[in-house]
Design a protein around this ligand. Sequence first.
Ligand code: HEM
Length: 403
Amino acid sequence: MTDLFFNPLEEGYCENPYPHLAELREHLPVHETLAGPWAVFRQEDVSTLLRNPSLSVDSSAIDEADSERLQLITEVLGERPARSTSILNVDPPDHTRLRRLVSKAFTPRAIEQLRPMIQQLVDNMLDAMEAADVPDVVDGLAFPLPFDVITEMLGFPPGNTDELREWGETLVKTLDPIIDDEILRAAVKAGQLMDAHVDDVIAWKRENPGDDLLTALIEAEEDGDRLSPIELRDQVTLLFIAGHETTVNLIGTGIYELLRHPEQAAMLRGDESLDANAVEELLRYVSPVQFSRRISVSEIEFGGQQIPKNAIVLAGLASSNRDPKFWGDTANDLDITRANASQHSSFGSGVHYCLGASLAKLEAQVAIGTFIRRFPNAAPDGDPHWNGRINLRGLEKFPVTLS
Ligand code: HEM
């Protein structure tokens, strides 16, 4: 196994990364990848890594040290990049303060109140799909549902969907473990356009406050501690992008897997009480976010390896979700009745555990359950088209026949 190394550029990886991840789990569970970051593939290690408070998520020291990358970004921006203050990129105590400010709208109770709005959106989208000549699960449901829900929650003005979709898709490519200069250049530009747009929306919202999350964030004041303008913009951008670029993969790939496993789809169709567990199992099975990351702030020993200071360490969420040491012999089977399905790693772990987990699950339960029951004869119409992403892996296009 001396030739083995983590190679997500290998032919066919995006369509099916699991055989490669299985080999790595077995033979190279913790290693420094050729692309630079370290990577961890076993369930136990992933879980320990994500919960280790001595690791950081702030990559500013590494970004500063990478002079070529810094130069390229500075060239595109026309100035040195500012440090991201989004909660995904800051450590406690700033993380604790900022997360408290944004988390109120995301409690399970607050999210459950969105159910009628989500059901209405799903019903309208499925009506439109039924009437379409070539219905597509991604364009008709998986993308617009989370996009419309987060737009509505934030109280963004309607419109600009195509531009925002394009910027979001370009930006999240930087979450892949390997990115070339062209992608980086495009992402920096997209980030600049997105920042300017979010600034405009915030300015508009200051004049037009409403009963929405953005108004609440503008007014946010806890213990006399307001968000700074940059912090406000970074949280809004994170919520907006994380709110749809991830859930699209759960709904799109989730429906794809159910159609590939007709016995599972039939079980779900016949029993609504399985909706919640089916979504947990689909989260495990499709891993809409395949990697999370941490930064070593000092040298650490991990899985028998010495990881140096200032290394990026990728936590293999998708690999963890298929580790037979944790899931047993059925790790690679889709089983919507799996008793411990909710123990998946798909939302990460520790203080950065996904803030939108309840929202994503509710959207997926309503979208997938309603789709499967309304279209019992739905089937893929030709091959689906994968989005080519290593981290936010999912379908770009998924044409279906509905009757
Ligand atoms: C299926 C859908 C989703 C998946 C798989 C997902 C996955 C993740 C993962 C893996 C993390 C990082 C956790 C870690 O490093 O330990 C995360 C963080 C986060 N997610 Fe999600 N997410 C989803 C949907 C959403 C939605 C709908 C929102 C809502 C706006 C959201 C907002 C966030 C935020 C704000 C963070 C940062 C939390 C922090 O750093 O404290 N996510 N998510």
